[in-house]
Write a protein that binds this ligand. Structure first.
Ligand SMILES: *[C@@H]1O[C@H](CO)[C@@H](O)[C@H](O)[C@H]1NC(C)=O
Ligand SMILES: *[C@@H]1O[C@H](CO)[C@@H](O)[C@H](O)[C@H]1NC(C)=O
Ligand SMILES: *[C@@H]1O[C@H](CO)[C@@H](O)[C@H](O)[C@H]1NC(C)=O
Ligand SMILES: *[C@@H]1O[C@H](CO)[C@@H](O)[C@H](O)[C@H]1NC(C)=O
Ligand SMILES: *[C@@H]1O[C@H](CO)[C@@H](O)[C@H](O)[C@H]1NC(C)=O
Ligand SMILES: *[C@@H]1O[C@H](CO)[C@@H](O)[C@H](O)[C@H]1NC(C)=O
Ligand SMILES: *[C@@H]1O[C@H](CO)[C@@H](O)[C@H](O)[C@H]1NC(C)=O
Ligand SMILES: *[C@@H]1O[C@H](CO)[C@@H](O)[C@H](O)[C@H]1NC(C)=O
Ligand SMILES: *[C@@H]1O[C@H](CO)[C@@H](O)[C@H](O)[C@H]1NC(C)=O
Ligand SMILES: *[C@@H]1O[C@H](CO)[C@@H](O)[C@H](O)[C@H]1NC(C)=O
Length: 732
């Protein structure tokens, strides 16, 4: 990285310089004061760097030739008053914003200031604006694009901005706190992109909405409280290219007219209460590329009307009441790259034609009633995520099931009826990060070939019939060790590229488009801390775990496992492991959940384990361990008797069994301290939990259901039924 001050002192002498575009250069440091010398500057673009410090108002007053200024996506701090541009009469595009949430744009000081500029483009995204829209906008009449997303603007939808600016084409007010109904008062024929997603707007859509914004191309109303049925006139928005109504409370059937809008390319109706049969003969969205219908109440089958959509790339119908078989013509839809059909009632076999979907990247048909064997996924080179869990698939893993799927990141085939051993060819999946085979009938030894999967961060082989030893080479799988370059790349990529207005035309035609590029988020479930946890999206990069529980594994625990110093969860419970707990386990510097219970482990518990400062759940119960339980220090002060129970030769105050040592006098003190600290944390947890339940009616309901179920079933807690009763905690 280059320090900004150092390399640009020379630049400041170029006082004839007209355009300075230093975007995407990873510059750091502050804005050099000598910028004030660049008096001929018309364009200044410093976006996407790591500049910090204040944007001092004294920096820019001489730059009166400025037409275009972009300081967005830096690390600026403090407050900047936009009235310092008041006399920059040539200014046409202002783009401010910061990536660190520490930058604020002051718009109302001095009170009633009147700008000399007439802007065409204004972006004040993530600028901590509050209250009504900035007052100076009342003096703007030539605006073409306005982006005030990610602020805390309140009040109702600003119709006046429409009326004052007859050329307005883009209005992005995403992620604010606008309230009330969306009532468009006068027709605006220019507007092509309207994004008011992530606000608190509600009520029904007005019947004549289409007449108010007849040429709209991008309409994003997602994440509000809109309700009621969709007016059928919505189909009269004849230029509609993207329609996103997801995460609202819309109900009823989708108007037939909408299902024939031939220019529609993205239709997102996810997370509403739409019902009815959608794939009927009327369905003729032949231009569709992306179709999201997930989390509604749609019924019916995948009828062949879909096969008319030749360019469909994404088909998402998960969490509905769809049924019937998955038709073989699905193989004709060769553009598909994402198919998400989980949690419906699809039945029958997965058609072999599925392997014709050469571009498929994401396949999810989990939680259905599919039977038959695994299809061959040969020649599907681009497959990254496979979710087939929760079906009735049976048979062996075919040898060519995974051949050439060398880009695979996730393989989730949990809870089926698959059997046989893991084929050695699995080692070809060099990029695999998540391997979940839990809950099948797999047997045989765990192959050493798994150790070739050096990108693995989550591996769940539990609840199968694997036998033999744990491969020693498992210690060499990095299990989520974070690579520094990755972290840096993530910071660098975090901006939304593509939405940058271009100087020449000032505004890109497709300004709004970037907000509509959906990425299918991967989601998997994993047991940690005695709970089934569902992880979705980016958080998957930060978790790591190995679950070998509920198998028939024998032999010692290899001490090499201690090399997995990054692992967060390790579960070896319910096997027939012998020998002692390796001392090397004290290397688990990040571990949060360690379960070695229900084995035949013997010897003492290594006292060094007390150093595991992130451990939240620990169990060595039901073994044959001996010696003292660990000192009640640090995290180990929080583990009670149940972590150690049923080890006949273990001793310690907590187990009410005296050890044959001389330091007995101390136990009493320890107990008092323990009881005090335990009581405190218990009360804290209880309070926290009560607050959580009080605030969240959904979880409250689920918790009460859980308790109720427990009353009947807790006696029969076994390792495979445990899962069903615990609430699923969903992150992200
Ligand atoms: C900026 O301009 C002033 C006078 O116009 C000059 O004295 C100064 O050296 C210039 N600064 C730089 C860094 O060129
Ligand atoms: C703009 O110009 C007016 C009149 O010359 C002056 O009073 C005011 O201070 C100037 N504002 C800024 C921000 O420079
Ligand atoms: C622009 O909007 C402001 C605020 O509502 C209003 O006072 C003004 O009359 C409008 N100007 C025009 C030309 O409509
Ligand atoms: C959706 O509508 C139902 C009633 O139909 C209501 O109970 C619920 O609170 C609404 N949800 C939201 C997010 O507005
Ligand atoms: C579907 O739309 C296409 C193109 O708009 C048209 O040619 C075709 O006749 C329509 N099919 C049906 C069944 O409506
Ligand atoms: C799928 O493609 C095959 C071969 O190209 C063709 O015979 C069949 O009619 C197609 N099916 C559908 C439903 O389009
Ligand atoms: C897998 O593919 C490779 C070439 O990509 C081929 O050599 C090998 O024979 C294939 N294996 C199976 C089991 O099909
Ligand atoms: C474990 O192995 C024993 C003996 O080898 C066998 O009886 C038992 O069924 C196996 N258990 C499982 C879950 O496979
Ligand atoms: C370990 O696995 C068993 C069986 O799958 C499960 O019951 C237990 O909760 C897991 N332990 C932890 C700490 O998650
Ligand atoms: C349990 O451990 C004790 C010694 O600590 C040993 O004598 C005994 O044989 C062990 N029992 C089993 C079943 O391994």
């Amino acid at each position: 990285m280059i320090s900004f001050l150092f390399s640009f002192v020379g630049l400041c002498q170029l006082n004839k310089l007209q355009e300075l575009d230093l975007s995407y250069k990873l510059f750091q440091g502050i804005l050099p004061p000598c910028f004030n010398n660049l008096t001929s500057l018309r364009l200044l673009d410093l976006s996407y760097n790591l500049l910090s410090g204040n944007v001092s108002p004294s920096l820019l007053p001489n730059l009166t030739s400025l037409e275009y200024i972009d300081l967005s996506h830096n690390q600026f701090e403090g407050s900047f008053s936009i009235s310092s541009f008041a006399n920059h009469s040539k200014l046409q595009v202002v783009i401010l914003g910061s990536d660190n949430n520490k930058f604020e744009v002051e718009t109302e000081y001095p009170a009633g200031w009147v700008p000399l500029f007439q802007l065409k483009g204004l972006v004040l995204s993530s600028c901590k604006l509050t209250g009504d829209l900035p007052g100076f906008l009342q003096y703007q009449f030539r605006l073409v694009g306005v982006d005030l997303s990610h602020n805390n603007l309140t009040g109702s939808f600003p119709n006046w901005l429409f009326e004052n600016n007859t050329r307005l084409e883009f209005l992005l007010l995403r992620n604010n706190s606008l309230m009330g109904q969306l009532l468009l008062l006068g027709p605006n024929t220019r507007i092509s992109s309207l994004d008011i997603s992530h606000n608190q707007l509600d009520g029904q859509l007005q019947e004549n909405a289409a007449h108010m914004i007849p040429n709209i191309m991008f309409l994003n109303l997602s994440n509000n409280g809109f309700e009621g049925i969709l007016p059928s006139s919505i189909a009269e928005m004849s230029s509609l290219w993207v329609l996103d109504l997801s995460d609202n409370n819309f109900s009823g059937e989708v108007p037939k007219q909408l299902l024939t809008a031939k220019d529609l390319e993205i239709l997102n109706l996810s997370n509403n209460k739409f019902h009815g049969e959608i794939f009927l003969m009327d369905f003729n969205l032949t231009g569709l590329g992306y179709l999201y219908l997930d989390n509604n109440q749609f019924r019916g089958t995948l009828s062949n009307v879909i096969s008319r959509i030749y360019e469909l790339q994404v088909l998402a119908v998960s969490n509905n009441y769809m049924s019937g078989e998955i038709p073989s013509w699905i193989g004709n839809m060769t553009s598909l790259n994402t198919r998400v059909m989980g949690n419906n009632s699809f039945e029958g076999k997965l058609p072999p034609e599925i392997s014709q979907l050469l571009w498929l990247e994401f396949l999810d048909v989990s939680q259905n009633a599919l039977s038959g064997s695994l299809p061959s996924l040969k020649s599907m080179e681009y497959l990254e995520h496979i979710h087939l869990q929760g079906n009735m698939l049976t048979g062996l893993i075919p040898r060519d099931f995974l051949n050439s799927s060398s880009n695979l990141l996730t393989l989730d085939i949990r809870d089926n009826r698959l059997f046989g051993s893991i084929p050695n060819s699995i080692s070809a999946l060099l990029k695999l990060r998540i391997l979940l085979l839990r809950g099948n009938l797999f047997n045989g030894f765990i192959p050493n070939h798994l150790c070739h999967l050096i990108e693995i961060s989550l591996m769940d082989l539990s609840n199968n019939s694997f036998s033999g030893p744990i491969p020693r080479c498992f210690g060499h799988i990095p299990f989520g060790e974070m690579k520094k370059e990755d972290l840096f790349a993530r910071i660098r990529d975090s901006g939304y590229e593509g939405s940058r207005p271009v100087y020449a035309g000032y505004l890109v035609k497709y300004w709004g488009y970037s907000n509509f590029v959906y990425e299918q988020k991967d989601e998997v479930e994993f047991v940690t801390k005695n709970r089934h946890v569902s992880y979705k999206g980016g958080i998957l990069d930060f978790i790591s775990g190995l679950d070998l529980s509920c198998n028939n594994l024998t032999g010692d625990i290899p001490h090499e496992l201690g090399m997995l110093s990054w692992i967060l969860t390790l579960n070896l419970s319910h096997n027939q492991l012998k020998g002692s707990i390796p001392n090397s386990f004290s290397n688990f510097s990040q571990i949060e959940s360690l379960d070695l219970s229900n084995n035949q482990l013997s010897g003492e518990i290594p006292p060094q384990l007390v150093g595991l400062t992130f451990l939240e759940v620990f169990s060595v119960a039901h073994n044959n361990l001996s010696g003292r339980v660990l000192d009640m220090k640090a995290q180990f002060g929080t583990f009670g008797e149940s972590s150690y129970e049923d080890n006949h030769f273990l001793c310690g105050p907590m187990l009410k069994r005296k050890c044959n040592t001389k330091s007995e006098g101390k136990w009493y003190d320890i107990d008092v301290v323990f009881i005090a600290s335990f009581t405190t944390s218990y009360i804290m947890i209880l309070l926290g939990f009560a607050t959580f339940l009080y605030m969240d009616p959904y979880w409250r309901q689920r918790w009460f259901n859980f308790i109720e179920e427990c009353i009947y079933s807790c006696y029969y807690f076994t390792c495979d039924t445990l899962s069903k009763f615990f609430p699923y905690f969903v992150y992200n």
